[in-house]
Design a protein around this ligand. Structure first.
Ligand code: WT7
Length: 634
């Protein structure tokens, strides 16, 4: 197992070692894994192309390390503890032995379909054990998984399938979400209808058993295909730098990009960060509430915990079903020791009152985690007091889809915590703040742009099919550095507080949304001439989506608003629907014709009094109308 730091002194020592000699530091951690063939070089890199390679020529398989390796010592230990949507339904405990068997059966079934190393498989599934089994089955045979969050629309799904040129989609018939069953297979059918010519088969897991339409040429049942498969499948020997998965995420321009992670580095870092940030002990029960459709689920429901031999809880349902006390009831029911969720969930549940968590026994909780967006002071204190009872340290973990794992976080019980501060970089992580010219701001008590100046094992390798984009987005802003897109401040003792995005990306309930992407969707409405999206402060979601829209030939009323929302739902999914739509006649622009989002952001945030100088605009006269319209919008 990777090193687990247990004291402040050790954290300082390990951090210092990791900076002085990163290669020896990571060599030691990597050597705790099983390699079919040892690596012969730790790291080769430059941030110009960029070209980053870890554990060169090493051959391994991440599922061998997440499953087979544990069988002797903890084969009967629960690997996945699955809590169903309906609390009355049966909990599933899959031991490491059973999980390995299921993964192997699925891997053999995939092989029968002709899926081989390097092929891409897209998942569009609810939070059921079969999702984890399928993902690991891909990794077992070297196929590249790409999980698409099952809230995305058919259009968004087909965009991702086509970008990845996937051979297969694995889905369920229906998803259970609270009191509703959601037709997932139907969305896959619609995506295929839009056009996914690379797809040869759709493997369908029978989840609810509700009726679905069936294409006997392509569609196959999961249970029929896995039935009778051998319960062992040899793990494919993967090069450390072979692709493990692609995960699509939004950027400030264009369509979502496929962030690529590779086998060796991702394996080493997700395990290392999991063991340290959550201080996992052998008999603990760990629960991360994220969906596997996002990076948090990949790294800290599946890979980090399983690589560390942990018991990881997987929850099918939603926080408010059948009651808004559900999270706390699950913590009591399974005696959860580490609980990891998002500020948006904390804020939403906080609103139901303090009595709800008080009705459950939360005494098992040792560590509380927060992820996805800045956690505000009020939510931090509520989480601390009512869930942690003042004795479970909060780890405010900062990271990104691109970083693969947590880069900045307190270590519970080891380093201190401070509300709203992600605090300290993990060993191996060389964070820096820079000014707009790229000068490093070395002193404390400063605000700047957050960059990382040395590679870490689980960093993004490329954006799938478009390496230039990876270079331009992350490595071109500041020479020799990875730019995160976030602004941050250091307090007078050097703790880091991540403030938020400085680019045209907004963070809605911890989900990343590109403003351009939402604008493109809105512009699909035939009456929309132009639109501009900005984020504005939202009590529960962190940021809400505010749309300024110019239309022609239609009434500026709720009917048109509804139509626009439908278009966004169709193009991306319900999570991208604007919270507010304001009809305008003009959008403030620079002389070169660029929309001045800064001004719109202020107006949407009720800060129109501090707009500053607008006289240099191309069309300053439109600003008053936009402000007045905002004030009358309910
Ligand atoms: C963006 C990454 C990391 C998994 C979930 C989101 C914001 C993330 C924090 C935090 C302040 C945070 C950043 C980052 N963010 N964690 N603890 N404090 N901001 O992954 O969708 O790739 O989004 O989320 O702005 O850049 P993602």
């Amino acid at each position: 197992m990777t090193t687990q730091i247990t004291s402040l002194e050790e954290y300082h020592r390990e951090y210092a070692k990791s900076i002085e000699d990163p290669e020896s530091f990571w060599k030691k951690e990597a050597e705790t894994f099983h390699w079919f063939q040892p690596f012969d070089e730790v790291l080769k890199w430059n941030f110009e192309e960029p070209n980053v390679k870890w554990f060169l020529n090493g051959k391994t398989n991440i599922t061998y390390n997440a499953l087979d390796r544990h069988i002797a010592e903890r084969g009967d230990k629960t690997a996945i503890l699955w809590e169903p949507n309906d609390p009355e339904d049966t909990v599933i405990n899959l031991s490491y032995k059973e999980l390995l068997e299921e993964v192997c059966k699925c891997a053999n079934a995939l092989k029968k379909f002709g899926i081989k190393k390097g092929d891409r498989v897209v998942f569009y599934m609810p939070m059921v054990p079969e999702l984890t089994i399928g993902v690991l089955a891909c990794a077992r045979i070297g196929a590249v998984h790409s999980v698409v969050f099952a809230g995305f629309s058919a259009q968004a799904l087909s965009d991702r399938v086509n970008d990845a040129q996937a051979k297969m989609i694995i889905c369920s018939d229906f998803n259970r979400r609270g009191s509703k069953n959601i037709p997932v297979k139907k969305v896959v059918d619609d995506a295929l209808e839009i056009g996914c010519s690379s797809i040869e088969n759709v493997l369908v897991h029978k989840n609810t058993g509700d009726s679905i339409s069936w294409n006997s040429l392509k569609d196959k049942w999961w249970h029929e295909e896995l039935d009778g498969q051998e319960s062992y499948c040899t793990a494919e020997e993967m090069d450390s730098e072979d692709l493990l998965f692609i995960l699509y995420t939004s950027g400030s321009t264009g369509k979502p990009k496929g962030v690529v992670h590779t086998v060796g580095g991702y394996m080493v870092y997700t395990s290392y960060s999991f063991r340290n940030v959550f201080q996992y002990q052998e008999n603990d029960v760990y629960w991360c509430t994220a969906d596997i459709g996002w990076i948090t689920g990949h790294s800290y429901i599946i890979y980090g915990p399983l690589l560390s031999g942990a018991t990881t809880v997987m929850f099918e349902g939603v926080p408010t079903y059948p009651t808004p006390a559900r999270f706390w009831q699950i913590c009591e029911k399974h005696k959860v020791n580490q609980f990891y969720t998002a500020p948006t969930a904390i804020r939403a549940l906080m609103a139901y009152g303090d009595h709800l968590p008080a009705e459950s026994d939360l005494s098992s909780i040792k560590v509380l985690g927060s992820v996805g967006e800045p956690i505000n002071e009020e939510a931090w204190h509520w989480y601390d007091k009512h869930i942690g009872k003042g004795k479970a340290p909060i780890v405010d973990t900062w990271w990104q889809t691109e970083t693969g794992g947590i880069l900045i976080s307190p270590l519970p019980g080891i380093t201190d915590t401070k509300p709203t501060y992600a605090s300290y970089p993990l060993p191996g992580i060389q964070t820096v703040l820079v000014d707009v010219e790229g000068n490093e701001l070395k002193e404390n008590n400063v605000e700047g742009l957050l960059c990382i100046k040395h590679p870490w094992p689980s960093m993004i390798r490329t954006t799938y099919g478009d390496h230039e984009r990876c270079k331009n987005v992350y490595f071109s802003a500041f020479k020799g550095m990875y730019f995160t897109g976030d602004g941050a401040r250091k307090d007078d003792e050097g703790r880091i507080r991540v403030i938020g995005r400085v680019d045209d990306v907004i963070n809605v309930s911890g989900h990343r949304m590109g403003t351009a992407e939402v604008e493109n969707a809105i512009n699909e409405h035939p009456a929309v001439v132009e639109s501009a999206i900005v984020g504005y402060p939202h009590d529960i979601k962190g940021q809400g989506i505010y749309a300024f829209v110019i239309t022609q030939g239609v009434a500026k009323d709720d009917t048109t608003r509804k139509e626009i929302l439908e278009v966004v739902k169709r193009e991306i999914g319900p999570i991208a629907k604007p919270d507010k739509i304001q009809f305008v006649n003009g959008l403030p622009k620079t002389r070169s014709g660029k929309i001045m989002r800064r001004i719109l952001r202020k107006i949407a945030s009720n800060e129109a009094d501090s707009l500053g100088d607008i006289s240099t605009l191309l069309n300053p006269e439109c600003v008053k109308e936009v402000i007045d319209g905002n004030r009358t919008l309910i």
